[in-house]
Design a protein. Structure first.
Length: 230
């Protein structure tokens, strides 16, 4: 007895053959089973589809369940700014002061162990700041690279009471060693690309990823408080 398969079944079968992962194969097999004509001529084909479905389900159940990535920070607000720097330069203090987020601030190094986000309210714009573990010549947390790559802006934080240029240069070199290549472009404010940023003269450029993340000095601390670039 001929199967007389329908165009919908043939379309689902093509999806199954072209699928690149088990989830797509499962979805295609379910559709094949739902649209296949139900008669004696398709009984063997239905049994074959059910067998494949059962095998894929067993295979999926054996796969280890992965926990959530502690370095993944979901984006929120108008943009995500990831603060990167060597130990004890004030990343946590910036996030705590600017966003009132409950981040741990201490005088000893390596206080921050995982990324910690907070929301900065600047005029009518919400900007997400992310505190991160420090980077050193000896260690750059592997997961931190994913946090940086997913960001909209990289803010390299330096302590102006020390050698700020050396600190910023150290961070750039560490990122480059990990495959994060930075290139300099004329500095412009990320809130207003047509107007130059208010930035310390020791940072004459903005660092830009080949993809989309950028670094620019967007704030400085003054006796009157934080001054935000426009």
């Amino acid at each position: 007895m001929p199967a007389n398969l329908t165009p919908d079944y043939e379309k689902a079968e093509r999806r199954y053959k072209e699928a690149v992962d088990d989830a797509a194969r499962l979805d295609a097999l379910r559709e094949m089973l739902s649209v296949i004509p139900k008669h004696k001529g398709t009984e063997k084909l239905q049994a074959d589809i059910k067998r494949k479905l059962s095998q894929l389900r067993r295979s999926e159940s054996r796969k280890p369940v992965r926990g959530a990535d502690p370095y993944h920070v979901p984006h929120s607000g108008a943009g995500q700014v990831v603060l990167v720097g060597v130990p004890n330069v004030g990343k946590s203090m910036i996030v705590a002061t600017a966003t009132h987020a409950q981040v741990k601030v201490a005088e000893y190094p390596f206080t921050t162990q995982l990324p910690a986000p907070g929301m900065l309210h600047f005029e009518d714009v919400q900007i997400q700041l992310v505190d991160t573990p420090p980077v050193t010549a000896e260690h750059v947390p592997t997961g931190l690279l994913g946090t940086i790559r997913a960001s909209d802006i990289i803010a390299i934080v330096a302590d102006m009471s020390g050698d700020a240029l050396d600190q910023a240069d150290t961070v750039c070199k560490l990122l480059a060693d990990k495959g994060v290549t930075l290139r300099s472009v004329p500095i412009r404010s990320w809130t207003n690309p047509r107007r130059p940023s208010i930035a310390p003269s020791c940072w004459p450029t903005r660092w830009t990823w080949p993809r989309r993340a950028t670094w620019t000095p967007f704030a400085s601390f003054t006796p009157a408080g934080w001054r935000w670039s426009r």
